[in-house]
Design a protein around this ligand. Structure first.
Ligand SMILES: [Cu+2]
Length: 67
């Protein structure tokens, strides 16, 4: 499954690395593709192991706001 999430507060490559690591550490996440320009992340995940709510929680825990 794929989820596209807009992220508020994504300002630089440091943010991209931080939020990318946070999302990648969620069990069941297969691939993370972040666009700094669009302030958007595309996440591929196994729907049996995680859900978009957990991915959003990980983004929040990293200090960013998923929209
Ligand atoms: Cu930054």
């Amino acid at each position: 499954m794929q989820e596209v999430i807009r992220i508020e507060g994504l300002e630089c490559n440091h943010c991209v690395v931080r939020v990318g690591r946070a999302i990648a550490s969620v069990q069941g996440v297969l691939d993370v593709d972040i666009s700094l320009e669009k302030k958007e992340v595309i996440v591929d995940f196994e729907e049996t192991r995680t859900d978009p709510g957990k991915i959003r929680d990980a983004i929040r825990e990293a200090g960013y706001e998923p929209l």
